[in-house]
Design a protein around this ligand. Structure first.
Ligand code: BGC
Length: 431
């Protein structure tokens, strides 16, 4: 039943978006949802949503490394643009439905993989690949759990992204005498000061609504702590809990400090406001660091700084991008070769410094990472992990879609009671 619901939801999304899939594919060479399958020509098509503007540098480096090691394999970058997989997930669903799976595809560890593609019987287990490569103690146990179901492992993590990061423009903070906020009281005090000085305190680009959901989930984490936050998704804590309402009130207050044109910007456009000093802060996963450094040429700690989102010190909103082996591809050996490179120290260390993330492996070469990466690797070791909802780890797609809708309405209408009601109703999807 669950499987059916999941697939039909994706099918509907796929139908809506299939028409624009071609125009969304990178450099016009990939993302064709209706064309040849990977197997016919033995092509290794790598499906993701990493296309340009801070997203694709790491992928390109990984593909180059793979080509160096396996020049005989024909690789295609089949990326479909759109932050957090906004369009890619629908195109993927349509390909999977049409028995035309990509050779391998980006999928978040957690519910998106396990309750999605694994539950639908679409993925091959990779326990043997883990054994062969000696990976079982090379990835943190918590991470292996996120890509496992019923004792089998289904994908290989390429990165660990952190979702609870508040980025700030150091010069704007300095010029306005603003301290780095660690609590909501401090955040709002800073925001008032900045607003009075004519600077937008918080940049938001919610043209794709997941960015606003990401702010809200970070408020929830800060208010509830990791244990209660997780309980929201296994039904042990209701969305009508007073602390969720309190979080909605805080979120509402934060919305009074954002840029007016938020709904016409995406996450990169919002990050730009911080980069050029029009806004002071944004809340975004650390792919924003990849964007700041690689695309906008900003210097870590000099031009921008970061801290955990208010109240989440010692916590780590975890997002992991992983790749697996779909059932029915005709070149599984080539896919395993790619996964082997992606899961190697070398693979992780060409990808992650560019992507903004930290390596998923515990034995990567720290010296290849900048100050942000090195500090985040340290933080990760002792932090309490919380799976991101906005990025598909905490709950399956059906629930996330409804939350994104509710958040989107809330950003415009700002009716707390109605918002809580929508979240509570959406939680029926979690059962
Ligand atoms: C992915 C990241 C990506 C971000 C923005 C997240 O869902 O995990 O790899 O950079 O979306 O597109």
């Amino acid at each position: 039943m669950k499987k059916f619901k999941f697939l039909s939801l994706f099918l509907v999304l796929a139908l809506v978006l299939a028409a624009c899939s071609n125009s969304n594919s990178s450099s016009g060479e990939g993302g064709d949802s209706g064309g040849s399958n990977d197997g016919g020509e033995g092509k290794l098509d790598i499906f993701s949503w990493w296309t340009g503007a801070g997203e694709e540098d790491g992928l390109n480096a990984l593909i180059d490394l793979f080509k160096e090691k396996h020049p005989d394999v024909d690789v295609e970058n089949a990326a479909v643009a759109g932050g957090a997989g906004t369009n890619a997930k629908a195109v993927l669903a349509s390909r999977m439905q049409g028995d035309d799976p990509p050779a391998t595809f980006q999928v978040h560890g957690g519910a998106e993989l396990n309750e999605g593609w694994v539950a639908a019987g679409k993925m091959e287990p990779l326990n043997d690949l883990y054994e062969e490569n000696g990976w079982n103690d090379k990835f943190p146990e918590d991470l292996i759990d996120m890509v496992s179901k019923d004792g089998d492992i289904y994908s290989v993590p390429v990165d660990i992204h952190r979702g609870n990061v508040l980025w700030y423009n150091t010069k704007v903070f300095e010029e306005n005498g603003v301290e780095v906020p660690t609590t909501f009281d401090e955040f709002f005090a800073a925001a008032d000061k900045l607003k009075a000085a004519g600077v937008t305190p918080l940049a938001l680009g919610d043209k794709e609504p997941w960015t606003a959901t990401q702010i809200f989930e970070n408020v929830l984490l800060g208010q509830l702590g990791p244990d209660d936050y997780k309980k929201l998704f296994n039904g042990e804590l209701s969305f009508t809990d007073p602390k969720v309402k309190e979080s909605a009130e805080i979120f509402k207050k934060m919305l009074s400090y954002i840029n007016e044109d938020h709904s016409s910007r995406n996450w990169q456009d919002a990050s730009q406001l911080v980069a050029n000093g029009e806004a002071a802060m944004n809340i975004m996963g650390d792919w924003a660091k990849g964007y700041f450094v690689n695309d906008l040429d900003l210097k870590v700690k000099e031009d921008f700084g970061w801290t955990e989102t208010p109240g989440t010190d010692g916590m780590f909103m975890i997002i992991t991008d992983t790749f697996g082996l779909p059932k029915g591809v005709s070149n599984p050996d080539d896919v395993k070769k790619f996964l082997t490179v992606l899961g190697s120290v070398e693979g992780q260390d060409v990808f992650n410094p560019l992507k903004g993330s930290i390596p998923a492996r515990v034995d990567a070469d720290k010296s290849k990472y900048d100050a942000y990466g090195q500090e985040t690797m340290e933080d990760f070791k002792d932090a309490s992990l919380a799976p991101s909802l906005a990025h598909g780890s905490a709950a399956a797609e059906g629930f996330l879609t409804k939350v994104n809708q509710a958040v989107n309405i809330f950003v415009t209408q700002q009716n707390v009671d109605q918002f809580i009601d929508s979240l509570d109703q959406a939680s029926a999807e979690l059962k």
